[in-house]
Write a protein that binds this ligand. Structure first.
Ligand code: HMG
Ligand code: MG
Length: 323
């Protein structure tokens, strides 16, 4: 049934790679996206139009978008490729590429499933300290900027996802994050036109009871479960526990990263996202449908972590491969 269907948002090519210190070649990034596209995923976060001074690793996101727009990536299902944009400048850089490639991508106005769809993602924070560190402005200013980015994106026919970071713990303000503040920011972003809110446990500090309290608060504020995605980093190993709690609250969209890659450069000490292999295995164990091929995902996790010279952080990936 449709209630059993879960959409996994693969954030490996963006969240997974953005914090890597060593420059990763464009060829490796593209190979990662091309391999992920074959697994049955329907949403892949592919890059980030942020200031290269702030996140150098994402500097070649234009080339990645161009490659996607060439429509050479083979995929068994239509895929939406998501790109972060923190301000109008970021969106304008994306828009310039889209304008150079008319008719090569699907939009909400022209939802052609034979073409890749492009989505824009903005990213707010639930605390003032994190907003300053990550965006160099306060929350109010960021929401005003995002309103412009969201409205301009929608005018181009692009779907918009809006993150809120540090919803269950902040590296600078600790556990003391007000769920009402999260709901207030989410309401603002939805009113500005965002199609989906992704709640980021950036630091992995979330626990089952506080995840539950946050989702109750969102629901009391009138935010629909179908508009919410959960984005768990697994720093404390609680990501799947918090995923189970979220499922019970009716959430059906989950972000994860192949090989458990990931981390935010402006969140000291935070580690990777929950591994996609672990997420898929967990969903399958519950009889939920992800449409994602676990064996193929495990192979990609082993390959990309080796490529980056890192240990494979997916326990399921290693078990599946007998490694
Ligand atoms: P700022 O320094 O205040 O920006 O940074 P500015 O407007 O003063 O511009 C400074 C320079 O950057 C100028 O260049 C601009 O042109 C350039 P200069 O004149 O000095 O040569 N610039 C840009 N270049 C390219 N693309 C742009 C852009 N904007 C300005 N879009 C800014 C403000 C928002 C730009 C900066 O703070 C920034 O880029 N922040 C992004 C940080 C980031 O990417 N963090 C990681 C992603 S969020 C995350 O990981 C969390 C998430 O996973 C969820 C979770 O886990 O919670 C999503
Ligand atoms: Mg993240």
């Amino acid at each position: 049934s449709s209630d059993n269907r879960v959409r996994i948002v693969e954030v490996g090519p963006r969240d997974g790679l953005q914090n890597e210190k060593k420059a990763i070649s464009l060829a490796t990034k593209i190979e990662l996206i091309e391999r992920l596209a074959k697994t049955g995923l329907t949403t892949i976060e592919a890059g980030s139009f942020v200031a290269p001074k702030w996140v150098p690793q994402m500097a070649n996101s234009s080339e990645i978008m161009e490659h996607i727009l060439q429509q050479k990536i083979e995929a068994p299902v239509p895929i939406t490729y998501s790109f972060l944009a923190p301000n109008t400048k970021g969106l304008q850089n994306a828009e310039a590429l889209l304008k150079q490639n008319p008719g090569r991508f699907a939009t909400q106005l022209d939802p052609d499933v034979t073409k890749p769809a492009v989505e824009v993602a903005v990213f707010a924070a639930a605390t003032e300290s994190f907003s300053q560190k990550n965006l160099n402005c306060d929350i109010k200013t960021s929401l005003d900027r995002f309103k412009a980015v969201i409205q301009d994106s929608k005018a181009l026919g692009l779907r918009v996802r809006a993150y809120i970071s540090v919803v269950l713990g902040c590296p600078f303000e600790g556990f003391d994050v007000d769920p009402h503040k999260v709901a207030e920011i989410a309401t603002d972003l939805l009113e500005s036109g965002a199609d989906e809110i992704s709640l980021g446990d950036t630091t992995g500090m979330g626990t089952a009871p506080r995840t539950s309290a946050l989702l109750k608060c969102m629901s009391s504020a009138g935010i629909r479960t179908e508009d919410i995605a959960m984005h768990f980093h697994d720093t404390y190993g609680q990501a799947l526990v918090n995923t189970a709690v979220s499922l019970e609250h009716g959430i059906r969209i989950f972000d994860s990263s192949v090989g458990g890659l990931g981390g935010c450069p402006y969140s000291p000490g935070a580690t990777g996202n929950v591994a996609t292999e672990n997420m898929v295995y967990f969903m399958e164990s519950l009889g939920m449908e992800t449409g994602v091929d676990l064996d193929a995902m495990a192979d990609i996790g082993a390959w990309i972590t080796q490529e980056l010279g890192k240990p494979n952080d997916s326990s399921v990936g290693k078990a599946v491969l007998g490694a």
